[in-house]
Design a protein around this ligand. Structure first.
Ligand code: GLP
Length: 240
């Protein structure tokens, strides 16, 4: 695990977007794993700028997103699909035929999880997986638990996640369940980039980087990945 501390979120977004853009230039059919939440938004802005400046095309990339809330339609503006459309896909030439998402349809969740794992494998695995981190150390929606998960699964969200994410739901109650890629799916990515900014992440960042590798802090598993790079601002790195 490599840890890089930068001055602010803007500097991080420049560094992370160039890694992704360089990968896509080298391999236009790259398989990219994306995350939602506030952490990657600046990076997505830099990617949109590069696309609009004609520096890169995303038309042949395949994408997999980490997670989705149960019970939300794609068109629901609280869904992660909508978030990605609004913050990246719809503002670039990403081909929606190559966009993969865990579905919010609860009745189909087991089937969806199985098929998602098969699709990741059929795409040849994920080249770069982008991650944020929850204040409780979660990655994707892998909440603290007693063992590390492997493939995608349905998860009951913890109160800490509900407290952190409820602010994004203006017109309805936040769902209590989500589907998420498992820790195994994330760890099989060839390269992992995690972004954390702000003081509220300092404790989780400390446990991820300096703590023991334990499912009670799911992000700590990244210590065991051969190519995981953690981008921090000064506030999130303040306990290191
Ligand atoms: C959510 C997402 C995670 C994300 C985390 C941090 O729970 N499921 O993938 O990393 O929140 O979000 P933020 O970047 O908004 O702090």
């Amino acid at each position: 695990m490599e840890v890089i501390v930068m001055d602010n979120a803007f500097e991080i977004s420049k560094a992370v977007s160039s890694i992704i853009i360089d990968e896509v230039k080298k391999n236009p059919k790259a398989v990219l794993g994306f995350a939602t939440g506030a952490s990657p938004v600046e990076t997505y802005k830099r990617m949109i700028e590069a696309y609009k400046d004609g520096k890169v095309s995303f038309k042949d990339v395949t994408t997999f997103n980490l997670d989705e809330y149960c019970g939300l339609e794609r068109e629901d503006e609280n869904s992660y699909f909508y978030f990605m459309k609004d913050n990246l896909f719809g503002k670039t030439d990403v081909d929606f035929e190559k966009v993969n998402f865990l579905s919010g349809d609860e009745a189909q969740s087991e089937k969806n999880c199985r098929e998602y794992e098969e699709k990741i494998a059929a795409a040849g695995g994920i080249d770069i997986q982008l991650l944020g981190i929850g204040t409780n150390g979660h990655i994707g929606f892998n909440e603290p638990s007693e063992s590390f998960s492997d493939g995608p699964f349905k998860v009951k969200l913890t109160q800490s996640t509900i407290d952190s994410n409820s602010k994004y739901f203006k017109d309805k109650k936040m769902p209590g369940y989500a589907l998420t890629m498992g820790i195994g799916d994330i760890m099989r990515a060839k390269k992992i980039i995690l972004i954390a900014t702000g003081e509220s992440k300092a404790n989780a960042v400390f446990k991820m980087v300096k703590g023991e590798v334990t499912p009670s802090c799911p992000a700590s598993v990244l210590q065991n990945h051969g190519d995981a790079v953690i981008y921090l601002d000064k506030e999130s790195a303040k306990l290191l």
